[in-house]
Design a protein around this ligand. Structure first.
Ligand code: SF4
Length: 327
């Protein structure tokens, strides 16, 4: 492990002040960052512990304001989350193990890095995300877990978070603080597609700190859920996951928000499918047609062509479950 300085921030302004150098990193639960530091894939000179920042979950304008230091377990167990935002509770509980969820924070979950095996193989594999310009061994390698949407020749990695998929479907907003001040960003706009710079995961500026996530109000008749398809029942990353938020009226889709996990470099908001569904009938046929529209531009790699049909079927199954139309 490369030597680094460690300090614990008293509040967000203090954290931003302490992280005043380019190579500084904020430390939440450490469930991903510490692994990356042990493998020398991340080499921060300065580590600022932000677990002492806000860990509260508060009512805000009919929605919820969730501090970035809230642990994943606490968020999934919170009564308001379970009752009003079950898609979020289910997504968190589908991720990792109980021990990791007890440690992991909201801010750290959002900023965790891909689990592409080549990214972690510092000694034996080429990876543009770890070492820009080196090449990507996943493109022609073992790529069963990799992306089918929005990838580039530079990188075909997927974003690993379940929680972020639910936050994208819920139209969550991320609160940020830096030396320049504060700002907010839609969660769905925080992570980026790889393009020619896969080493950059998000649109965050240097030193910018996630201080909270805000959820908008949700209607009493709005239904939501999360389904994760994976190789084993627990402690596995998604092959495909779907977060869905659905409001019906007289058998028609009044509003729908869909996000996919395990298919792209970022939580994938399925806007094409949403537009195809809005105002139309809540039938299995309509769900299938919308899923086909969304996956029309999917590009399979050698080992992951199955994800395209899996994503279609999972969208139909989730919407069928929420609407009462059994798939
Ligand atoms: Fe690296 Fe991305 Fe290629 Fe994986 S897919 S080896 S993270 S460049």
């Amino acid at each position: 492990m490369t030597p680094f300085s460690y300090s614990r921030a008293a509040d967000a302004s203090d954290a931003v002040r302490r992280a005043g150098v380019e190579s500084a990193k904020y430390l939440g639960g450490g469930t991903n960052l510490v692994d990356l530091m042990r493998e020398t894939i991340e080499r921060p000179a300065v580590l600022v512990d932000v677990t002492g920042l806000s860990a509260s979950i508060e009512e805000r304008d009919g929605g919820l304001l969730i501090g970035a230091a809230v642990r994943n377990t606490a968020l999934a167990e919170h009564l308001a989350v379970r009752e009003r935002y079950p898609v979020l509770a289910r997504a968190i509980l589908a991720g990792a193990s109980a021990q990791i969820r007890n440690m992991a924070t909201v801010g750290g979950n959002i900023l965790q890095r891909t689990r592409c095996a080549y990214f972690y193989d510092d000694e034996g594999s080429n990876c543009n995300k770890r070492s820009p310009g080196q090449g990507c061994d996943a493109v022609d390698g073992f790529n069963r877990m990799h992306a089918i949407l929005g990838s580039s020749p530079s990188c075909v990695a997927t974003h690993p978070s379940d929680m972020c998929v639910a936050l994208a479907a819920l139209d969550g907003t991320v609160h940020l603080q830096s030396a320049k001040g504060t700002r907010t960003l839609p969660l769905a706009g925080l992570h980026r597609l790889p393009g020619g710079q896969p080493e950059i995961d998000t649109v965050l500026e240097s030193g910018e700190l996630i201080t909270a996530v805000e959820l908008p109000p949700i209607g009493a008749s709005t239904l939501s859920t999360y389904r994760k398809v994976r190789d084993r029942a627990s402690y596995a990353f998604a092959l495909v996951s779907v977060a869905a938020v659905l409001e019906l009226e007289d058998g028609l889709v009044k509003d729908v928000r869909l996000a996919l996990g395990g298919v792209a470099h970022k939580p994938w908001r399925a806007l094409r499918a949403e537009n195809a569904l809005k105002g139309g009938p809540a039938t299995l046929r309509a769900f299938r047609e919308a899923a086909e529209v969304e996956l029309a531009e999917a590009v399979p790699l050698r080992d992951n062509g199955f994800k395209i049909e899996l994503a279609r079927r999972t969208i139909v199954a989730v919407l069928g479950e929420l609407s009462g139309e059994v798939a």
